[in-house]
Design a binder for this molecule. Structure first.
Ligand code: ADP
Ligand code: MG
Length: 538
C-alpha cells in the first residue's frame, strides 16, 4: 500500500508553531509597546507620522500613533485594538494600556525561560488582574459630581504635556462646563458636544458656545447676516419641488403647457415658504436642498437659511434649541420651532460659520477650537477629547485615583503582598504582574530624564511607609503627594487598562500555532524583524 500524504490545508498556508509562534508574537507585541513608550507622560515626546499621500500628523496620543502606523502583524494588531478599546471606553490611557500589556509579555518571557507553562502564567495574571480591581475598588477616592474643581484637575492631568498644555486651565473649564451642560438626568453622551475647528486665531481663543456652530454660510447674501431672538425651523426635506435625486422627464407640446407647469412649480414652492412664514420663523435649517426660487422668497421675507446641513448637526441643533426636526411640510407649526438668542454668520479667515448661540439650557453644545494650523487644531482636538473622556468617566463612576505612577506603585506593593499568600508558580506570575505596573512610573521618570531606578526606589519606600498618594510629580520632578499636586486620573482608566492589558497578554501567551492563509498582509512582517530586534536574541 503506497502512503499518500494527508493534505489538510492548501500549500500556500504559512504556519509557525510552538515556541517560535509564541516568541514571535511576544516580540511583535513588545515592539508595539516599545515604540510608543517615549510618548508617555507630560514629558513624553511627540511623533511625526507621514502618510503615503504625504499628510502629516504630529501627535503624542497613543491610539492615534498606532492607528496611523498601519500595523500588520496579527499579534501587534491585537495590541492596537486594546488601545482602541481604551479610547472608546475611557478616552484616555491608550499609551499606558499598550505599555502594560507589552511589559506583561516581556515578563512572561522570563517565566517561560524558567520553564513555567504559559497557562500557569495566564492564570497568575488573571488572578493578579482581579486582585487589582479589588484593590482599586478599595483605595479609589470618591468624588461628588458637583465638585467641579476636581473634575477640572482630572481634565488638566489628561492634557498635561499635550499641545493643549499652554491653555489647559481654560480648556479644563470649557470641558467641565460642556459636560455638565449636556448631562441629562445623569446620562452623558459625548456626541452631544460638537467639536468644530477654525483656522486663524490663537489656541487661547477657543470657546464654548451654548449652541451649535457649523461651517456653513447662509445661502444668499440678501438674507440678514444676524438674527436676534431666533425662531428656528428645522426640516429634513428639500425646499424644492422636483426631487433632484430622480431624473424626471416631462413632455410638453405647447408653450402654454410649459408655462402652466412652471406656474404650478412656483405655486408649490410659494406654498411651502408660506407655511414656513406662517410659523413666524426667522431662521431655516434644511437638511436637503433649497432651490433658487425658495431662496429668493426666504430672502424677501428676511429669513436666514442654510441648506444641506448634516444630519448629525440637525440632531444637535434640535437638542440645543429645543425644537423638532420636521419631516413633512404639513406638520410644520410654531410649536416645533427652536429658539436661540442669536443666529449669525461669522467669518474666521476664509471660512464662514453659522453660529447658533445663547440657547437656553441647551442639551447640545459646541467647543470651537481656534489654532494656527491644521496640525495644531487636530492635536488640540485630541487633547480636548481626552479631557472630555476623563471628565465623563469620573462623573460616571464618581471615582478617581492619584496619577504620576502613585496608583501603580500602590497596586504593585499590595499585589506582591497578596502574592505571598499564593502557593506555587502562580505567585511568580503575580510578582511579574506587579513589576509590569511599575513600568509606568519608571517610564514617566525616564522620559523626563530622571533615573528610573532612583525614582522607583524612593516611591516604593514612601509607599512602604504608608504614603499611598506618593507619586512622581513632573511639575517639580519630585516624589510628592500627587493628590495635593492635583495630578488626578479617573478610576476607569486604570481598571480598563489593567483588564485589557492582562486579557491581551494572556491571549497572546496561549497561542502556540499561527496558521495564515497567504492573503496579502496577513502574515507579512511575521518573519521580518527590524535590526537589533532579531529573533536570535531570545
Ligand atoms: P496615556 O496615553 O496613557 O494617557 P499620557 O502620555 O497621557 O499617556 O500619560 C499619562 C501618564 O502621565 C499617566 O500615568 C499620568 O498619571 C501621568 N501624568 C500626567 N500628568 C502628570 C504630572 N504632572 N506629573 C507626573 N505624571 C503625570
Ligand atoms: Mg493621556
Amino acid at each position: 500500500m503506497s502512503e499518500k500524504p494527508v493534505v489538510l490545508m492548501p500549500e500556500d498556508i504559512q504556519r509557525i508553531m510552538g515556541k517560535d509562534a509564541q516568541r514571535n508574537n511576544i516580540l511583535a507585541a513588545r515592539m508595539v509597546a516599545e515604540m510608543i513608550k517615549t510618548t508617555l507622560g507630560p514629558k513624553g515626546m511627540d511623533k511625526m507620522l507621514v502618510s503615503p499621500t504625504n499628510e502629516i500628523v504630529v501627535t503624542n496620543d497613543g491610539v492615534t500613533i498606532l492607528e496611523e502606523m498601519q500595523i500588520e502583524h496579527p499579534a501587534a494588531k491585537m495590541m492596537v485594538n486594546i488601545a482602541k478599546t481604551q479610547d472608546i471606553e475611557v478616552g484616555d490611557g491608550t499609551t499606558s494600556v499598550v505599555m502594560i500589556a507589552g511589559k506583561l509579555l516581556e515578563n512572561a518571557e522570563r517565566l517561560l525561560d524558567q520553564k513555567v507553562h504559559p497557562t500557569i502564567i495566564a492564570k497568575g495574571y488573571k488572578i493578579a488582574a482581579e486582585k487589582c480591581q479589588e484593590i482599586l475598588n478599595e483605595i479609589s477616592i470618591r468624588i461628588s459630581p458637583d465638585d467641579e474643581e476636581i473634575l477640572r484637575q482630572v481634565a488638566m492631568t489628561a492634557m498635561t504635556g499635550k499641545g493643549a498644555e499652554g491653555s489647559k486651565e481654560k480648556f479644563a473649564g470649557i470641558i467641565v462646563k460642556a459636560v455638565r451642560q449636556i448631562e441629562d438626568n445623569g446620562k452623558i453622551d459625548l456626541n452631544d458636544i460638537k467639536i468644530e475647528k477654525s483656522k486663524g486665531e490663537g489656541i487661547s481663543d477657543t470657546e464654548l458656545i451654548s449652541g451649535i456652530v457649523m461651517d456653513k454660510e447662509r445661502i444668499s447674501n440678501d438674507m440678514p447676516s444676524v438674527i436676534k431672538n431666533a425662531r428656528i425651523v428645522m426640516v429634513d426635506f428639500p425646499l424644492e419641488l422636483k426631487n433632484p435625486e430622480i431624473d424626471t422627464k416631462i413632455s410638453v407640446s405647447s408653450p402654454e403647457q410649459l408655462q402652466g407647469f412652471l406656474n404650478q412649480e412656483e405655486r408649490g414652492i410659494r406654498e411651502m415658504v408660506g407655511k414656513v412664514k406662517e410659523t413666524n420663523a426667522n431662521v431655516v435649517f434644511c437638511q436637503k436642498g433649497i432651490d433658487d426660487f425658495a431662496q429668493y422668497l426666504l430672502s424677501k421675507a428676511g429669513i436666514y437659511a442654510c441648506r444641506r446641513v448634516a444630519r448629525s448637526d440637525m440632531e444637535k441643533l434640535a437638542k440645543a434649541t429645543g425644537g423638532k426636526i420636521v419631516s413633512n411640510i404639513n406638520e410644520l407649526s410654531s410649536s416645533e420651532l427652536g429658539n436661540a438668542e442669536v443666529v449669525e454668520e461669522v467669518k474666521h479667515g476664509n471660512d464662514s460659520f453659522t453660529y447658533v448661540r445663547g440657547c437656553k439650557n441647551p442639551k447640545a453644545v459646541t467647543i470651537l477650537i481656534h489654532g494656527g494650523t491644521e496640525h495644531v487644531l487636530d492635536e488640540i482636538e485630541r487633547a480636548i477629547k481626552d479631557g472630555l473622556g476623563v471628565v465623563t468617566s469620573s462623573l460616571k463612576t464618581r471615582l478617581v485615583v492619584p496619577g504620576g505612577g502613585a496608583i501603580e506603585i500602590e497596586l504593585a506593593q499590595r499585589l506582591r503582598h497578596f502574592g505571598q499568600s499564593l502557593s506555587g508558580r502562580e505567585q511568580l506570575a503575580v510578582e511579574e504582574f506587579a513589576s509590569a505596573l511599575e513600568f509606568i512610573p519608571a517610564t514617566l521618570a525616564e522620559n523626563a530624564g530622571l533615573d528610573p531606578i532612583d525614582v522607583l526606589t524612593e516611591l516604593k519606600s514612601k509607599h512602604d511607609s504608608g504614603e499611598r498618594n506618593a507619586g512622581l510629580n513632573l511639575f517639580t520632578n519630585k516624589i510628592e503627594n500627587v493628590l495635593e499636586a492635583k495630578i488626578i486620573e479617573p478610576y476607569k482608566i486604570k481598571t480598563q487598562a489593567i483588564n485589557s492589558a492582562s486579557e491581551v497578554a494572556n491571549m497572546i501567551l496561549r497561542i502556540d500555532d499561527v496558521i495564515a492563509s497567504s492573503g496579502k498582509g496577513k502574515m507579512s512582517g511575521m518573519g521580518r524583524m527590524p535590526p537589533g530586534m532579531s529573533g536570535e536574541e531570545y
